[in-house]
Design a protein around this ligand. Sequence first.
Ligand code: PMP
Length: 392
Amino acid sequence: MTSKYARRVKNAKPSAIREIIKLTQKPEVISFAGGLPAPELFPIQEMQAVCDRVLKENGRQALQYGTTEGYIPLRQYIVDKMKKLSIDCGIDNIGIISGSQQGLDLTGKVFLDEGDVVLCESPTYPSAVNSLQPYSPRFIEVSMDDQGMDMQELKLLLEENPRTKLIYTIPDFQNPSGRTMSLERRKQLIELANQFNVIIVEDSPYIDLRFRGDFLPPLKAFDTEGRVVYQGSFSKILVPGLRVGWLCASREILRKYTIFKQGVDLHTSTFAQMQIANFVETFDLPGHIHKVIEVYKKRCDVMCNSIKREFPAGITYRRPDGGLFMWLELPESMNAAEILQSCLANDVAFVPGHAFFPRGGHYNTLRLNFATMPEEKIMEGISRMGKVLKAV
Ligand code: PMP
C-alpha cells in the first residue's frame, strides 16, 4: 500500500523526553528525566475511599456519559480555587479537560490557521509545541531571563509579525527552566496582548507548588478583556493518572473549546471527575499540597547542595522557588546529549536542553527533575553525573 497519511504526519516527531523516559525504565536507573510527580506522595488510601464512596453513592452517574463542560460540583470547586488565586470567574468560565495537555490541542483547533504565529518562551514545554504543530503555525521563541520573557523583544516580535495569534507562557516555575515571571512582566505582557490583540495561553500546572518567595497572581487575574486562556491541572497537586485539568476562559472562548472537545472525547471521564470532587470534599487538598511542597523543597535543596559539591566549576544553575525542575548550563563546548549517553551507561538520566527549543540549538543546557527521586537517590545520581562531567 502506498502511504495515505496526511501531510501533517511527515512533521510529527515523537516527544524526545518520552523517548528518553523509555531508556530509564530499568529499576537501577536514577532518573531526573521525566516530569513525574513523586509517586510515594499519592494519597492512595484516600483515593481508594473516594472510589468506594463514589461507586456506592453515585455509581450510575459515575459510570454514565457526562456533559462536555464537566461535572458541576468539580467546576464549582475550581471557581472557588480560582478566586483564591485572585481570578474572579463563574462556573460558565470553567471547563473540565482531560489533563491540561488536552487544552493545548484544543487551543490549536480553536485558534490556529496555517502560518499563524505562536510566540513562546525560549526554552518552552515541547509537548505544547507537539500539540500545536499539526495546525501548522510558525513558532517564534522569545528570550527569557530570570524575570521571564523579555518584553522588549516580545514587543518587537509582535510588531514584526502581524499574524501572531497566540502567546504561550508558563509563568510559574516554568517547565523546563524553573523560572517564574515577575509581577511587572505579567502586567506588561497583558498590556502588549491588549495592544496587539493576541490571545495568551497561560499554562499553569505548577502554580500551587511554591516553596519559597511570595505568591504572584496569574496573568488571568489582570485580564480585563477576556483574552487569557488559563489552564490548570490536578496532575501535579494530586494525581496525574486520572487525567483531569481545567480551562478558565471567557464564556465565548470556552464555548469554542467545548465544541471541539465534543469531537475529541465527548467529555472527560465522569468517574475521574467525581473522584476528584469527592476527594476535595472529604479530604484536605491544601494540606496534601503542603506536604508535597515540603518534600519537593527538601529535594530541591538536596539537589542544589549535591550539585555544588559534586559538579565541576563552570556549570551554572539557579535554585527555583517551586515546581519540579531545575535548569543547568554547561560550558559552551559541552554537549548535553553526548553527556547523557555516558550518564545512561552509569544509570543516571536527565533531558538534554535542546529538546526544549523549537528551533533547536542550546546543546550545552539540560533539565533536571528534583521532585521524583528520594533524597538518597538524588545524592547518588548527582554524584554519578558529577563523575561523568569531571571526566568530560
Ligand atoms: N503543561 C506543562 C507546562 C506541563 O509541564 C505539563 C505536564 N508535564 C502539562 C501541561 C500537561 O499536564 P497534564 O495534562 O497532566 O495536566
